[in-house]
Design a protein around this ligand. Sequence first.
Ligand code: UGA
Length: 354
Amino acid sequence: MSLKILILGVNGFIGSNLSEYILKHRDWSIFGMDIQSGKLEKCLGNPRFTFVEGDITINREWVQYHVKKCDVVIPLVAIATPATYVKDPLAVFELDFEANLAIVRDCVRHKKRILFPSTSEVYGMNPEREFDEETSNFVLGPINKQRWIYACSKQLLDRVIYGYGFEKRLQYTLFRPFNWIGPKLDNIWAAKEGSSRVLTQFVGNIIRGSNVYLVNGGSQRRCFLYIDDAVEALVRIIENKNGGADGRIFNIGDARNDMSIRELAEILVEMIGSYPGYAEAARKAKIVPIESKEYYGAGYEDILVRVPSIRNAETHLGWRPTTDLKTAIRKTLDYYLLAGPTDSADLRETPTTP
Ligand code: UGA
């Protein structure tokens, strides 16, 4: 069956990469809304891609109509940069929780399948070696560490969606991205400190020859996943073979791509230095430790180790990531640095998960 898919926040990192893949490899149609369209150059104009520029909180009628019309709903609109959780926790609650709750309810009303982006951050500071979707506890800090508003908003929505599944038979799948990276992640050309996820923040700093800041020394670790592997998992969830994705939660990440933030900075300086035109800037870029209070503010608290168990995705989706971290970084750098600012200049900030 040729599916109709509604993607809200279609111009974000996940939405744009997923749409490109679907249009190329499947016969499905996509209906997308976003406040911007700079990452959709390969999708716009395709007869199976309908794009409307708009804000999901204002264009409620369009959203409701398309929830009714489509088979699968993927609401990707969210603020997903930690600096914003600290600066503007209410905006995170309003967009990530309230605006998305309305869409969850639209799906309940129209009996539509929803694929919802939860987050690796729900596990918070849980000390387990790896996080399991069904058994791991969520360990969030105190209220005055407002960084946790994101994890908390996502967690509550996970619970609400689960509740709608339990009481009203909502057909849902929750997926938890673990530090996905790749082309179109963030805009590296804007020199705004804290406006990007760590990889793109560091790349932006290095190409300008400015300081790369290691928050609290950079010994904290993340497991990174290349976007093509992530998209493969999402497509398997959409396909939902034998109902294997229904009512399930999937960590989508790669435990093998585990690296400290300091190592990431060092590797990036070295790799960027080998790209034409960036050797001088990479030589100038200094790796500098900084206190989190100074970098993010007092409301920040960090997750020191975050490793996904992906047994659920392996068992029920038959999914396994294949891209090693060096290759993932290389492909991301090729995208940003070989094309140059003119080709990717319109990657303006779109708040999109994760
Ligand atoms: C991110 C975001 O919350 C979401 O995008 C997402 O839900 C989740 O991770 C995910 O993708 O799994 P986090 O990993 O903390 O959270 O975000 P980054 O901004 O990428 O930071 C990673 C680490 O690098 C943090 O420890 C941060 O303190 C550090 N960092 C970041 C620096 O040392 N220097 C910087 O300039 C930026």
